[in-house]
Design a protein around this ligand. Structure first.
Ligand code: AGP
Length: 610
């Protein structure tokens, strides 16, 4: 999932574009490039590696890149290995077209064949070069028209910004599936994949809708569909500020975001809890609250960490509201010819709000008439705009590729939705008051866990050379075990597997050997004795037992080689504290192994292609 930026204005474009790329680098970072319109035509520079490598290459002759309009790109490879020839902008030198693209042109092979028969010669393996050549092939004297015509021929997902040598002062942007925003500055436009590259320049912006083309020039902007019918964009005030996307005194965004969780959770809960009335206030659910409360079936869907949050919420909704739930990977739901009846409610969970798998599942559910709700962090994102209603996490921008505070926000919103529905079904006011009062206190408990960062570092240092780890939990903490394993895999590249603790003896126990770290997520709760039984099965086979245990739990001590203490709380809220301990385990393992925590290899923050 690439990051793209465009600039048209009166300032030197290069510094604006490079700063924008740095802000978007978490979206993809295997190569980068820029094209600037200078007095002598386009100057293009591309380099393999992070934006810093591009800057170094530019540094040698930056004077050549003087101009006040340009486009830039940071890449997450889909077609063609990370190499200078496959980096963007991709160009059609014959017609002077340059394109930066985020997404996948699915029918590029067919188009490429047709263009080769017309004599076009390709120098890269990318689908994007095909788009540049196609626009060039269709270009007569108007870039906007050529882009509209080309996009009528392509299938797949795209966010693009295009420049043409023979049309100075004009940029054309377009979107279908992949996110793209236009920032409206003072006599300038900043086009970007997300607000983080825009907020330094303006708070005014609009998101392009699917199949929309936007022509930008010094005279202003014009938006239309692919058949040149004008469309009116909805200009919004961006709710993000620079401080939120700055590293501050932290070495990594992931650690900053782990430490932000107490305050982030307070923001998630603020104004949504009325402990006196035992009531949850979710303005976003006003229109469709009844559908949730009367649902015969709720399908929770998402990918990665969001899918793990869905598993926790499934337990909560069933326990507190007695609504039958199921959790489905969005990528599976989309293609399995899903059963969607009238009283089926689909809840799409996503931090970025742009994950293509989840978007596609949502479109499928909507087409089959389901009520769709969103649990989303990114304000104004595609999933937020597509769902019938939803709840924002309000945890602030999440920059670190490994999701942390968004998971806590997703689980907390799930708890609020479960109490909201429960109060309208079977949950008593006393029970609701008790739950809401405790939920209000969870941020302070999380603060106690993050305060153990240093001791967790020392614990991890003893095991960080081990290449295989197991994560085990029961009930509410089974999804936490999955999340802990995912975090460790994502950033430390240690192979880790999470599973229900009871499942281990049905096969995975064969993996256990002397010294193998087995992390048990075992706070006090209804299955504590059972977990201790599973711990003994591991110890009997030489595994090293690391336990995330509740303060005051002495029974677990003789069974553990290492203990990470977390404040005791009700089982239903325990994922909000136990997960934080595992985030820190993964973070310190990655740092100790010398990896780039915020930009782990092969990953991207928002996966905008299926
Ligand atoms: C989690 O750390 C990963 N970044 C990834 O699994 C992520 O959760 C998944 O891609 C879903 O992203 P979303 O929440 O933005 O939809």
């Amino acid at each position: 999932m690439c990051g793209i930026v465009g600039y048209l204005g009166n300032r030197p474009a290069l510094p604006v574009l490079l700063e924008g790329l740095k802000r978007l680098e978490y979206r993809g970072y295997d190569s980068a490039g820029v094209a600037i319109r200078t007095a002598t035509g386009f100057q293009v520079c591309r380099e393999v590696g992070k934006v810093a490598a591009l800057e170094a290459k530019l540094g040698r002759d930056v004077a050549q890149y003087a101009g006040s309009e340009g486009i830039a790109h940071t890449r997450w490879a889909t077609h063609g290995v990370p190499a200078e020839r496959n980096a963007h902008p991709q160009c059609d030198d014959h017609s002077g077209i340059a394109v930066v693209h985020n997404g996948i042109i699915e029918n590029y092979q067919t188009l490429k064949k047709a263009l080769e028969q017309k004599g076009h010669v390709f120098t890269s393996e990318t689908d994007t070069e095909v788009l540049a050549m196609l626009i060039g092939e269709l270009y007569e004297d108007d870039l906007e028209t050529a882009v509209q015509a080309a996009l009528r021929e392509v299938t797949g997902a795209y966010a693009i910004v295009v420049m043409c040598e023979s049309e100075p002062g004009v940029l054309v942007a377009a979107r279908k599936g992949s996110p793209l925003m236009v920032g409206l500055g003072h006599e300038e436009f900043i086009i970007a994949s997300d607000p983080s590259a825009i907020v330094a320049h303006t708070q005014q912006a609009f998101a392009l809708e699917d199949f929309t083309v936007c022509r930008l020039s010094k005279e202003g902007y014009r938006t239309s569909n692919l058949h040149n019918v004008p469309v009116t964009p909805k200009v919004m005030q961006l709710e993000m500020d620079l401080e939120q996307i700055e590293l501050g005194d932290f070495p990594h965004f992931m650690l900053k975001e782990i430490f932000e969780q107490p305050e982030a959770l307070r923001n998630t809960l603020r104004g949504r809890i009325d402990t006196d009335r035992g009531e949850v206030i979710l303005g976003g659910l006003e229109l469709v609250g009844r559908d949730l409360v009367r649902a015969h079936r709720v399908v929770l869907t998402g990918q990665g960490t969001a899918w793990h949050a869905a598993l926790v919420i499934e337990y909560m909704l069933e326990e507190l509201a007695r609504i039958p739930c199921e959790v489905q990977y969005a990528s599976e739901f989309r293609y399995r010819n899903p059963i969607v009846e009238d009283e089926t409610v689909i809840v799409a969970i996503s931090q970025s709000g742009e994950t293509a798998d989840t978007l596609a599942a949502l479109e499928e559910a909507k087409m089959r008439g389901a009520t769709t709700l969103g649990i989303v962090n990114a304000v104004g994102s595609s999933i937020a705009r597509l769902t019938d209603a939803g709840v924002y996490l309000r945890v602030g921008p999440e920059i670190g590729v490994a999701s942390t505070k968004a998971f806590i926000g997703q689980v907390a919103v799930g708890a609020l939705m479960s109490i909201y529905a429960g109060r309208r079904r079977n949950l008593s006011i006393e029970a609701s008051r008790r739950l809401l009062t405790e939920l209000n206190g969870i941020p302070d408990l999380i603060a106690k866990v993050v305060a153990q960062s240093a001791s967790i570092h020392d614990l991890v240092a003893k095991y960080v050379s081990q290449e295989n780890w197991l994560f085990l939990g029961r009930g509410y903490n089974y999804p936490v075990a999955l999340e802990g394993a995912l975090k460790l895999k994502e950033i430390s590249y240690i192979h880790a597997e999470g599973m229900p603790a009871a499942e281990m003896k049905h096969g995975p126990i064969a993996l256990i050997h002397d010294g193998m770290p087995c992390v048990f997520v075992a706070p006090l709760g209804s299955q504590h004795d059972k977990v201790i039984g599973n711990i003994q099965e591991v110890r009997a086979r030489g595994g090293r037992v690391i336990v995330v245990a509740s303060e005051g739990d002495e029974e677990i001590v003789p069974h553990a080689d290492e203990i990470i203490r977390v404040p005791a709380c009700s089982e239903i809220f325990s994922p909000l504290v136990t997960t934080v301990a595992l985030q820190l385990v993964a973070y310190h393992a990655a740092v100790l192994r010398g990896h780039d925590v915020d930009k782990p290899r092969n990953l991207a923050k928002s996966v905008t292609v299926e």
